[in-house]
Ligand binder design. Sequence first.
Ligand code: HEM
Length: 83
Amino acid sequence: MPQVSFAADIKPLSRAIDISHMKRFNVELDNYTYMSNPNNATQVLAALSPHDGEPPTMPPGGPYWNEAQLALFLQWQNDGYQP
Ligand code: HEM
């Protein structure tokens, strides 16, 4: 599989409402520079992932990302944050 790309694969996973609501909290889901910072990407993935049987914290109340979407995000990180 070609390397996972932010523009083609990752950015489209966030809805317009996610992007606009999170800007208020300085979480820039549509911004490659923000998202390709490993600390930011790791926090975003943690917010989207279930923990200890609890649902993800983000987006509040869902719809939550499925396993394939979470795996794609992790692959993007492992591929070295391709734009
Ligand atoms: C670093 C990661 C994130 C942090 C720290 C964070 C933090 C927050 C906080 C503090 C709120 C407001 C309080 C609340 O409703 O719980 C919020 C709301 C929200 N977040 Fe996030 N969030 C993160 C990632 C995300 C992601 C990845 C998405 C979706 C792809 C998302 C979607 C939303 C939405 C839709 C709201 C609803 C706001 C509203 O109803 O007005 N967030 N987030």
